[in-house]
Design a protein around this ligand. Structure first.
Ligand code: AMP
Ligand code: ZN
Length: 468
């Protein structure tokens, strides 16, 4: 399988450190608000890569953090007059709801920065001990120039960076020995959360979080580190500097970055008014439509979001769900069980779809190509399966389709919706049975409703029901 590595700027054959296993770290969101559809792109893309690895038989250790201490969280907490923890806990919960809606599987571990402060202090001490970091009045800085490999991910040259930053004298940061040095630990400010440390009360810088959480849950060298392309510099460059100088071994074998999601060909921004949260999209569309939309482009290509494009993703999604519905219908009316010889040959060739799907995914996770195979299979199902088909053949076509969709994380089989009118009908039938003193039938209907998650309560005004 080929993966494009930002560090080498090449597509490279993926070879895991331990055969059969993959360790992945994906930078997660800062939890100060609902996640927006841009944040959803790395979640969906890298969840799909994880699912594909599992389809190929790998065991995947997938770690994605929540940044739960940050200026934006503190700002919102102060505005609402609540603690920073209350804000981060609220939006972690909301983020998990959105992830579930997008069928993004929970990570093996979702570490939170505030729970890992001890490890961060430990790594900062190691860096100071090895001469890569220094303390000035309660702030600890990383000595960027001491790291000989600095710039290797973002392909930036230290001299260019230095001349660019010469004029930038950030207030409060003028104690730095070099303008390129970055913060590992900062002293507390009034009204901010803080932790005790050897350098006084304070909180960690953002970059050290990920170095520490990756080390703790995945080890010193990991297979894949991923995130959006805005993180290449300085976040990931700084993570490499911290981890490699502290641990003395390479940090990540492959660096994967998704391109940005734009809206109406412009950068998404609250001030431009072209900004959508995943929650807003979920009010109009099934989030499977959003997932399909994200997968319709290669993850390294910029992706444009517009009303027309999401509508077109909606009809594409419905082409798949309609095909599955149709297969279910044909299976329910099929007259024969076993496949004919001709059908057996066709069942044997279904594996070709998986083969072509895998070829797309092996080509640096080309989900656009993989999706086109799914649509070929939809066309095949619509053309080849009919009222004359055997149950065995229909089941095989349906399995192939569901399996491929499942690798992409697309749920395409509609759940039977329980309509209020159906419930009312059943209740009326139960009342009639009771009136006719057919208590067995009445009880059967009650059990049938219970299985649908409906609880009945007999009241003076009649029967009331509640959905579980
Ligand atoms: P943040 O909460 O800003 O740290 O972002 C969390 C993740 O979402 C990071 O991997 C970002 O690179 C990614 N991200 C943020 N905005 C976008 C966007 N418009 N398109 C694609 N990815 C984004
Ligand atoms: Zn990170």
């Amino acid at each position: 399988m080929l993966l494009y590595n930002t560090e080498t700027k090449k597509r490279e054959e993926f070879v895991p450190i331990t055969p059969g296993k993959v360790s992945m770290y994906v930078c997660g969101p800062t939890v100060y608000d609902f996640i927006h559809i841009g944040n959803a792109r790395p979640m969906i893309v890298f969840d799909t890569l994880r699912r594909y690895f599992e389809h190929k038989g790998y065991e995947v250790n997938y770690v994605s953090n929540f940044t739960d201490v940050d200026d934006k969280i503190i700002k919102r907490a102060n505005e609402e007059g609540v603690t920073a923890q209350e804000i981060s806990e609220r939006f972690i919960k909301e983020c998990k709801k959105d992830m579930e809606g997008m069928n993004v599987r929970p990570a093996t571990t979702h570490p939170q920065a505030t729970q890992e402060i001890g490890g961060m202090i430990e790594m900062i001490r190691t860096l100071i001990g090895k001469g890569y970091a220094y303390e000035k009045n309660g702030t600890v800085y990383f000595s960027t120039r001491k790291d000989k490999g600095y710039g290797k991910l973002s392909h930036k040259n230290l001299d260019d960076l230095r001349s660019g930053s010469r004029s930038l004298k950030v207030s409060g940061e003028d104690e730095k020995e070099d303008p390129l040095d970055f913060v590992l630990w900062k002293p507390k400010k009034e009204g901010e959360p803080y932790w005790e440390s050897p350098w006084g009360q304070g909180r960690p810088g953002w970059h050290i979080e990920c170095s520490v959480m990756a080390k703790r849950y995945l080890g010193d060298t990991i297979d894949i580190h991923a995130g959006g392309e805005d993180l290449v510099f300085p976040h990931h460059e700084n993570e490499i500097a911290q981890s490699e100088c502290a641990n003395g071994v390479p940090f990540a074998q492959y660096w994967l970055h998704n391109a940005f999601l734009n809206i109406d060909n412009r950068k998404m921004s609250k001030s431009l008014g072209n900004f959508f949260t995943v929650r807003q999209i979920s009010e109009k569309y099934d989030l499977m439509v959003l997932r399909l939309f994200m997968l319709s482009a290669h993850y390294r290509s910029p992706l444009n979001f517009s009303k027309e494009l999401i509508e077109s993703a909606k009809s594409s999604y419905e082409r798949i769900t309609n095909a599955v519905d149709n297969l279910n219908f044909l299976a329910s009316v099929a007259k024969t069980e076993a496949a004919t010889d001709a059908e057996k040959t066709k069942i044997g060739s279904l594996a070709d779809f998986t083969k072509r799907f895998d070829e797309g995914m092996d080509d640096d996770v080309n989900t656009a190509d993989a999706l086109s195979v799914v649509f070929d299979l939809v066309r095949y199902a619509n053309a080849e399966v009919s009222a004359e088909s055997s149950k065995e053949f229909i089941a095989a076509v349906k399995k192939e389709l569901l399996d491929l969709c499942d690798i992409l994380g697309l749920k395409v089989e509609k759940k039977k919706e329980v309509l209020d009118s159906d419930i009312e009908d059943l209740i009326a039938q139960r009342q009639a049975a009771r009136k006719a003193k057919d208590f067995r039938k009445a009880d059967e209907i009650r059990d049938q409703l219970a299985a649908m998650g409906i609880t009945l309560k007999d009241t003076r005004e009649g029967v009331k029901w509640t959905k579980a």
